[in-house]
Write a protein that binds this ligand. Structure first.
Ligand SMILES: Cc1cc2nc3c(=O)[nH]c(=O)nc-3n(C[C@H](O)[C@H](O)[C@H](O)COP(=O)(O)OP(=O)(O)OC[C@H]3O[C@@H](n4cnc5c(N)ncnc54)[C@H](O)[C@@H]3O)c2cc1C
Length: 434
């Protein structure tokens, strides 16, 4: 389900392994989040990749050499369109078709109920031998609650509705949240708005997109390839930041309460620049809203006309009973092994439910390969498939990152090197029975 990066690569890899595949996509085109025409697309006019090109592309489908290190979202869309055409994937995809229910039935099979997007026409249920959930986790806005917010007279929006800098022009803007999107919007507000406040709950490390003349993720990856230990990489990164942006508390930013690599990296070379030029005023967390002003936790009051909550997204799987994904608390946090497999359903895989310190597409590709091989082995070597199922049950909840924060923002965080090694081991075990 889903024809974004993860769904497309799942279709491609399952078809390459000889399976008949149907893919249901609620929108009318491929590309998922990167297709700005989609009503749920989170991209805004200036969205570029945060992970660099070689660390984002599918391993078997490179982006053109003459593209920049950090391509624009429109280039990403054309990349997915070419990927779909090159591997002839569209013939598998039912566009404008939404999955409304996925139910396990006897024999590890699945009844999948679909209907036209928007609820027109009758529902249709088809039975499948296996299901890949690739519905993305960056489309359902997460909005914080504040006392007085309903009575606030200014304009309030979530970052998912922010599309163009014209929305900021000449206004007094408050941007809430220090994820990559929040920082991007704050930088745009610094250039377009008459005033920009940037509210963050805690201190973060704002890493530059380039280090030593190379995209920062490529430098980091060289260190990972050399197996430089985490402590040494943290030390090197602290020094790099000290030599470039220096001590951020000097600008009024809070001191980070964690070491680098312990939370999802924020890659933004411009935020500190605009803070240093007085165009962004860092402020602490919001306490409450009044009629025409916002009170901060330090007691100050500010008077924005527009408040943008760049407070992230929540995963949603309303087509599946929460317990199928092991989400016993029903909070939208599946309990999976390798962020992919459930303990009780060997023919179900979730692809792309990761927040890596690198690109997502490579990870989705290898997750799909692993699932395709597993499905094949269920027929040819059921003993190995059964051993795999035991491994899944024992490994549910394993982490692949040094992340220390347990906020929704870090639920699916993985360190790409550790994670891909774990997938490689799983593939080796499946193939060799080791
Ligand atoms: C601002 C921003 C910047 C980002 N930058 C990067 C980056 O630099 N590098 C990177 O790798 N990632 C980045 N990401 C993460 C991004 O989510 C992934 O790149 C990628 O889009 C994940 O693909 P996906 O297929 O898993 O999900 P999506 O792209 O969200 O695709 C999911 C698809 O499933 C469909 N769908 C959902 N529910 C249903 C249903 N019930 N029935 C039928 N179809 C359904 C949707 O319509 C959509 O087409 C960024 C995200 C944002 C918001």
């Amino acid at each position: 389900m889903g024809a974004g990066a993860s769904g497309l690569t799942a279709v491609k890899n399952l078809a390459e392994h000889g399976f008949g595949v149907d893919c249901y996509e609620r929108e009318t085109g491929v590309g998922g989040a990167w297709n700005w025409r989609h009503d749920r697309s989170p991209v805004y006019a200036s969205t570029h990749l945060i992970s660099s090109r070689p660390f984002t592309q599918f391993p078997d489908f490179p982006m053109p050499d003459d593209w920049p290190d950090y391509p624009h979202h429109s280039q990403l869309l054309s990349y997915f369109e070419r990927y779909a055409d090159h591997f002839d994937l569209r013939r598998h995809i039912w566009f404008g078709t939404e999955v409304v229910r996925v139910e396990p039935v006897e024999g590890d099979r699945w009844d999948v109920t679909t209907r036209s997007t928007g609820g027109y026409g009758p529902e249709r249920t088809s039975r499948y031998a296996a299901v890949v959930v690739a519905n993305g986790h960056n489309w359902s806005p997460k909005l914080p609650r504040y006392e007085g917010l309903e009575g606030f007279r200014g304009e309030v929006m979530h970052a998912s509705s922010y599309k163009d800098p014209a929305q900021l022009r000449g206004k007094r803007v408050l941007v809430v949240g220090a994820g990559n999107t929040g920082c991007d919007i704050a930088v745009e507000a610094a250039q377009q708005a008459s005033r920009c406040w940037h509210s963050t709950r805690r201190g973060y490390w704002y890493a530059p997109k380039y280090v030593l003349g190379r995209p920062a993720d490529q430098v980091n990856d060289s260190l990972l390839a050399l197996r430089v230990p985490l402590r040494v990489r943290q030390w090197l990164y602290h020094w790099t930041l000290r030599l470039t942006v220096g001590d951020l508390t000097r600008f009024g930013l809070p001191k980070p309460d964690h070491r680098v690599y312990e939370t999802h990296p924020i890659a933004n070379s411009q935020l500190v620049y605009y803070v240093g030029h007085g165009e962004i005023s860092p402020v602490p967390e919001l306490a409450r809203f009044h009629d025409r002003s916002v009170e901060l936790t330090d007691g100050r009051e500010i008077d924005p006309e527009l408040v943008i909550f760049a407070t992230g997204y929540l995963p949603r799987f309303e087509f599946l009973e929460a317990k199928v994904l092991g989400d016993d608390e029903g909070v939208g946090r599946p309990r999976l092994w390798l962020n992919e497999f459930t303990a009780g359903h060997p023919t179900l895989a979730v692809v792309g439910l990761v927040q890596p310190d690198s690109g997502v597409f490579t990870i989705s590709h290898w997750q799909s390969v692993l699932f395709a091989r597993l499905l094949r082995l269920r027929a040819t070597r059921p003993d190995r498939a059964a051993a795999f199922a035991k491994k899944v049950a024992a490994g549910v909840g394993e982490r692949y990152s040094g992340a220390v924060k347990d906020s929704t923002r870090h639920w699916f965080e993985v360190g790409h090197a550790d994670y891909l090694r774990a997938v490689q081991r799983a593939l080796d075990e499946l193939e060799g029975g080791r």
